[in-house]
Design a protein around this ligand. Structure first.
Ligand SMILES: *[C@@H]1O[C@H](CO)[C@@H](O)[C@H](O)[C@H]1NC(C)=O
Ligand SMILES: *[C@@H]1O[C@H](CO)[C@@H](O)[C@H](O)[C@H]1NC(C)=O
Length: 202
């Protein structure tokens, strides 16, 4: 026979569980890895580009914001390298306009700095440790590097102001825009991580 004392305990547990059931349900977890990407991309500057370019990594990201940030930084680095190589190739073609030649070579130098900043960001993201202030400091470094990188990308295209070769301009602008967009996205994700810095990262 259960004692009075254990009956009371059972009662207490029952009431407690009722109370817990009545508490508001936690936000539903995204249904799938891809859905997690889509939901987070909604909060970036370029939701469509974001989802299209990051969806292939859904199973690497596994619904973790810090992994999403890491992957997006890696993507920005890769995209930037490709575009840097493309613009460098353009500098090898004869440019009748001295201004165009100068803008192209300046842009290559700037994209070189972008590459260095993004490489530093990738390294730091691979070495995130600790919690709270310590983690916050590391994420702030990443934020600073990506912000600088994004500015250099803008400076690259600004350098083409006054260049009269419109076809060349459109070509460079279109290419660099791809790199700008993925860098914006990486910036948004790192900013989101900074916002929630505090929870322990695995
Ligand atoms: C960059 O993002 C803008 C705004 O989201 C979009 O209109 C544009 O098509 C994107 N360009 C590239 C090359 O991804
Ligand atoms: C730049 O030129 C090199 C050598 O011709 C080539 O291998 C590379 O693919 C080119 N880069 C781009 C992005 O087109």
């Amino acid at each position: 026979m259960p004692s009075m004392r254990s009956l009371r305990l059972i009662n207490f547990v029952t009431i407690l569980s009722l109370f817990l059931t009545a508490a508001p349900a936690p936000a539903p977890a995204p249904a799938s890895n891809a859905e997690f990407i889509r939901a987070n991309c909604e909060h970036t500057l370029h939701p469509k580009v974001c989802y299209q370019s990051l969806k292939p990594y859904a199973n690497v990201v596994k619904k973790e914001l810090y992994r999403l940030a890491k992957v997006s930084i890696g993507l920005s680095l890769t995209r930037n390298k490709f575009i840097s190589s493309y613009v460098e190739n353009l500098t090898r073609q004869a440019q009748p306009e001295p201004r165009a030649a100068e803008a192209l070579s300046d842009c290559v130098s700037m994209l070189g700095i972008v590459e260095r900043d993004m490489q530093n960001s990738v390294k730091q993201m691979q070495q995130l440790t600790g919690t709270g202030e310590e983690l916050r400091y590391q994420l702030d470094n990443v934020l600073t590097w990506i912000t600088a990188a994004r500015t250099w990308q803008e400076d690259c295209t600004d350098g083409f102001e006054g260049v009269s070769n419109t076809a060349l301009k459109a070509d460079v602008f279109g290419r660099v825009e791809q790199a700008k967009n993925v860098t914006d996205i990486a910036l948004d994700f790192v900013a989101a991580l900074v916002d929630k810095a505090g929870p322990v990262l695995p």
